[in-house]
Design a protein around this ligand. Structure first.
Ligand code: ZN
Ligand code: ZN
Ligand code: FE
Length: 788
């Protein structure tokens, strides 16, 4: 143990105990306390417990006060103090200050730090030829490196991580044991002499082609030659290729069977990003943030790189390097500050279409063999899989505030602080973009993105992640919350689990859960009613119809459906989401416009498809009607407009038509909004469809129609809100659901609402889409358990 002698002025000293809760382990907190104690002349000890950090000290009363103040004010960058419990006591009689071994507390839990991008100090050492970790791909310290993805169990100590097999060499052990070293108790500390290493391999051939630095250099050469390399990262594998090489991208698309879905790219620094994208200061801050998310940026006109990576879109998802290995792949000699080997690398999730990201060597070598030419592997095991997070800069003026599109690495599993205490429960989330949520006390742990629960592999990944997080956070659910949709795998898991464990299960309506999620994220009072506007693609309604254009009045416990988009048939059910022309036909029929061959959706359908659609929409026969269930989906209205205006008729990824329509609207002129009609509880888009068809027949281009449509929706929302305010006396508006990830629509809507006197709540770190749903399910179920 390290000690500092402290002169003891007997008589004037008193004792103090401090218990610190929050993210305080694995972030350099104990050395920080050690330094503070020394500075203030205190004696005593600090230790990790599985419930936080405990401190016991003796000192002069004024020094104790200053110590407490500094504890909060100067905490290390990655620490997040939630609670400081302080009690004064008589002097203990300590003679020195020391860091003592961890004291486990049964059942207690500790927030787990997310993974953190390489810090500047480590980066400097990485490219310093005199440093013993020069070009070592696993350099890290207490301020950076892997966390969540390598932790097997808590408390966070090396034997409980996937670093356990690597015995520290004497040099690493000295740094690890020295309270004044940046690597003091950095659990993943390692060096070339004792730590993990990388190697390059070919598919189906276990023998390495090259190891250590030679493997990095050969990977660089292979990427430059247009090869596709599967790179083992922090939370899983990436498929990488040179983003400046259209052939390589085409090959990757063909092998991954991903025709237009956008690929994220990694660029070496912000200056490079600015060559391809518009980067506002808030966006630059997000790119550089230690979470290192993929930031969705507006691309510069004429950027061919962006066109290859994100066809049909005006945005490009960009991230900066976040592991030492990434930095090495970009460096073309020098000090890691340029010149660069690449302006951009495609870095897309290493998965077979729709399956979870591969994170174990064996499965990657098997599943990605048909896609990757080479594999850059390493022997530090990934324990928990974690995708890259995707964010946008929030459409408000607050600097660096994020608007999450996918919550994952860097953000998860940081807990979300809830408005109130409550029972521990599991909410299983939605079908698409699944994430689940565990609650404990006032903390909600929203899981990293799991994926679409459409296949066995994703369900397995979901179950494994639930089990892992329950153990890690010491959560023993006393109830299960789930969606109302009877066929969702997440619903079936919830019901099976509830039956097996004898727990109550709560079915929560999809759009109510969306609104509750946004309320929970911002700790709005659970019993204060709001106007909740949930716009998304699909969600099971109380009447069995497919909801998605919903205006709810309610609080966390209750809701009434005050207004909704008119019901129209969804021709072919779920299939309609893949073929926007089908929704266009349905809306045309509803608006009383014949399916004449001058209209793009009519051209897009084969004659037999037109005939079948006609029967579905026309017939009174129950079987045929069941083929076209009713929907109030706003997402599907976006599809209909996309198809009608000559945009996308068939999609290759979810929400593609709507995302492209948003891009066209951004490029479109400022134009008069299309009208909606209000009648009773419904908001009818028939007048909008009629106006759009008139524009089309007058020769208007898609951007104008897209622009008028977006303005139309924004104005309709304002009109609906003022009607609901008149009827219910509410001025708090909450916006949630996947449609609100359209930041163009959001940007048009927010000023209309605030100019009209509404207080508007939008999502931030919790996604507005189904990735945030579980948080809402959890809070609704808690409310019902506690209050009814
Ligand atoms: Zn570091
Ligand atoms: Zn070492
Ligand atoms: Fe939804």
């Amino acid at each position: 143990m390290s000690r500092v002698a402290t002169p003891d002025a007997a008589g004037e000293r008193t004792g103090m105990r401090v218990h610190v809760k929050g993210v305080v382990q694995g972030v350099g907190f104990r050395p920080f306390v050690f330094g503070l104690a020394r500075r203030h002349g205190l004696a005593g000890w600090v230790r990790n417990s599985s419930a936080g950090v405990d401190i016991a000290v003796d000192g002069e009363p004024a020094s104790l006060d200053r110590f407490l103040e500094a504890l909060r004010a100067e905490a290390p960058p990655l620490a997040a103090i939630d609670v400081l419990e302080v009690s004064r006591c008589p002097r203990h009689g300590f003679a020195a200050f020391e860091i003592v071994p961890s004291a486990p507390v049964a059942g207690a839990y500790q927030p787990v730090s997310p993974d953190v991008g390489t810090c500047d100090n480590c980066l400097r050492e990485l490219f310093d030829p005199g440093d013993r970790r020069y070009r070592y791909p696993f350099i890290n310290c207490t301020h950076c490196g892997p966390r969540y993805t390598i932790i097997v169990d808590m408390p966070y100590d090396r034997p409980q991580t996937t670093m356990a097999p690597f015995a520290m060499c004497p040099d690493c052990a000295r740094e690890y044991g020295d309270p004044l070293d940046r690597r003091f108790h950095a659990q993943p500390v390692a060096c070339p002499a004792c730590g993990p290493h990388v190697w390059l391999a070919m598919p189906h051939r276990p023998a390495p082609l090259a190891e250590a630095d030679a493997a990095v250099r050969q990977t660089q050469a292979a990427l430059r030659a247009g090869k596709i390399v599967a790179v083992k990262g922090l939370g899983g594998f990436h498929l990488a290729c040179d983003a400046g090489n259209p052939d390589a991208i085409r090959r990757l698309r063909a092998r991954k069977r991903r025709s237009d879905r956008p690929f994220a790219v990694m660029m070496p620094d912000v200056a490079t990003v600015q060559r391809f994208c518009l980067v506002a200061p808030a966006e630059a801050a997000l790119l550089r943030a230690r979470e290192r998310p993929i930031v969705l940026l507006d691309r510069l006109p004429g950027s061919t790189l962006a066109a290859d990576c994100a066809p049909g879109l005006d945005t490009l998802g960009v991230m900066l390097p976040y592991t030492p290995l990434h930095h090495l792949l970009f460096a073309a000699g020098g000090d890691g500050q340029g010149p660069w080997a690449f302006a951009a690398l495609v870095m897309t999730s290493g998965n077979v279409s729709e399956e979870p990201i591969a994170f174990r060597d064996a499965e990657a070598l098997r599943d990605l063999a048909g896609i990757a030419d080479l594999f850059l592997l390493h022997n530090r095991e990934i324990h928990a899989r974690c995708d890259d997070a995707v964010v946008r800069a929030a459409p408000n003026d607050r600097p660096a505030s994020v608007y999450a599109l996918r919550r994952a690495r860097g953000y998860a599993p940081r807990p979300i602080r809830l408005a109130e205490d409550g029972p521990a429960l599991l909410a299983t989330g939605a079908h698409f973009k699944n994430a689940f949520c565990l609650t404990r006390g006032r903390d909600a742990f929203l899981s990293p993105h799991v994926g679409d629960l459409e296949n066995f592999e994703t369900l397995r990944a979901f179950e494994a992640a639930v089990a892992h997080c329950e153990r890690l956070f010491r959560v023993h659910p006393v109830a299960i919350a789930h969606d109302m949709h009877p066929d969702y795998l997440a619903t079936r898991y919830a019901q099976d689990r509830a039956a097996r464990d004898g727990l109550p299960a709560f079915a929560v309506q999809h759009h109510h859960a969306h609104i509750a999620a946004a309320m929970a994220e911002h700790r709005l009072p659970p019993e204060e009613p709001v106007i909740g506007i949930a716009f998304d693609g699909t969600g099971y309604g109380l009447d069995g119809a497919v909801w998605g254009g919903e205006f709810l009045i309610g609080d966390v416990g209750h809701f009434e459906r005050a207004l909704h988009l008119t019901y129209v048939p969804l021709p072919g059910g779920d299939q309609a989401a893949r073929y926007p022309w089908r929704m266009a036909l349905s809306w045309l029929r509803h608006a009383g416009i014949p399916w004449s061959p001058d209209l793009a959706p009519v051209q897009a359908a084969r004659p037999d498809e037109l005939a079948v659609s006609d029967r579905w929409l026309q017939s009174d026969d129950a079987t045929l009607k069941a083929m076209a269930p009713l929907t109030s989906s706003m997402g599907r209205l976006f599809d209909a407009i996309a198809a009608l205006s000559g945009g996308r008729q068939a999609v290759t990824y979810e929400a593609q038509a709507a995302v492209e329509l948003e891009a066209l609207a951004r490029a479109g002129p400022v134009a008069a909004p299309y009208p909606f009609a209000f009648s009773g509880p419904t908001v009818d888009a028939a007048p909008l469809i009629q106006a759009a068809v008139a524009d089309i027949r007058a020769g208007a281009g898609t951007p104008l129609i897209a622009a008028r449509f977006h303005h139309g929706v924004a104005h309709m929302v304002r009109e609906a809100c003022s009607r609901l305010r008149a009827a219910h006396g509410l001025r708090r508006v909450v916006l949630s659901g996947g449609v609100w990830q359209n930041t163009w629509l959001l940007g048009l809507t927010l000023p209309l609402l605030s100019d009209d006197g509404f207080a508007v709540t939008i999502h931030e770190a919790v996604p507005a889409n189904d990735g945030g749903l579980a948080l809402g399910q959890a809070t609704v179920a808690r409310y019902r358990m506690e209050r009814t």
